[in-house]
Design a protein around this ligand. Structure first.
Ligand code: PEP
Length: 251
């Protein structure tokens, strides 16, 4: 039995005050059981958000982490630094990092390994572009992204991470993969994991991201291989994010 997880990726949004308010709203309304709720603010806002969610069921996550522990890596943040501020999760390999900042499969995999080495859990994002989907390369792309992680972190990596399937064409576009489309890919990802680690295949949480909203969350989360969501736009409004968390808790 896998506990669903719903994580809010706040991206580059908010002020100290608005991050505090949003975190407090999520902490007050988050379901007490049936789902793990995570919020991932801008690194600078983590201390504010940590204080706002303290004592609640809400966990904290970072939006990225350096593959190195310390040193001459300007503007980076390490996993142990995130851990020191109470983070338990780190989003790794988000498509915006891959496409806008040139993080390769190998870079994302190295970052994922560093997160695990620091005792945190990566939410490792994978996904295909519209062009790749239309040329029927979806599964090959996902395998390539996952192979890189396995190469960096070992065959047992899926016992230590969450996989986030985020079709790039559905992120921030209002276009959602249909529940059937998403389920088919999640099932294929679980089969890939089964080929390496049968135990992890049944325990690894594979979450869906891409324009999840209160009105489509329940149908997506009802699919057998969808174990929650990574939420962008809808995570910026406590009411919408909590509705999505509640849909996952009722799975
Ligand atoms: C995301 O950026 O991870 C995401 C899923 O965004 P949105 O929910 O806005 O599509």
């Amino acid at each position: 039995m896998r506990t669903p997880i719903v994580a809010g990726n706040w991206k580059l949004n908010g002020s100290r005050q608005s991050a505090r308010d949003l975190a407090a709203g999520v902490a007050t309304g988050a379901p007490k059981s049936g789902v793990e709720v995570v919020v991932c603010p801008v690194s600078l806002h983590i201390p504010e958000v940590a204080a706002a969610v303290e004592g609640s069921v809400v966990a904290l996550g970072g939006q990225n982490a350096c593959e190195n522990e310390s040193g001459a890596f300007t503007a980076e943040v390490s996993s142990s630094m995130l851990a020191e501020f109470g983070c338990r999760y780190v989003i790794i390999g988000h498509s915006e990092r891959r496409s806008l900042y040139g993080e390769s499969d190998a870079d994302c995999a190295a970052r994922g390994k560093a997160v695990i080495d620091a005792g945190l859990t990566p939410m490792f994002c994978i996904g295909e572009t519209l062009e790749q989907r239309e040329s029927e390369e979806t599964i090959a792309v996902l395998h390539r992204q996952l192979n890189a992680l396995v190469e960096a972190a070992g065959d047992d990596v899926f016992g230590k991470c969450v996989i986030a399937y985020e079709p790039v064409w559905a992120i921030g576009t209002g276009k959602t993969a249909s529940p059937g489309q998403a389920q088919a890919v999640h099932e294929a990802i679980r089969q890939y994991v089964a080929g390496l680690d049968g135990t992890a295949a049944s325990s690894v949480r594979i979450i869906y991201g891409g324009s999840v909203k209160p009105d489509n969350a329940a149908e997506l989360f009802a699919q057998p291989d969808i174990d929650g969501g990574l939420i962008g736009g809808a995570a910026l409004k406590a009411e919408d994010f909590l509705a999505i968390c509640n849909a996952a808790a009722e799975k």
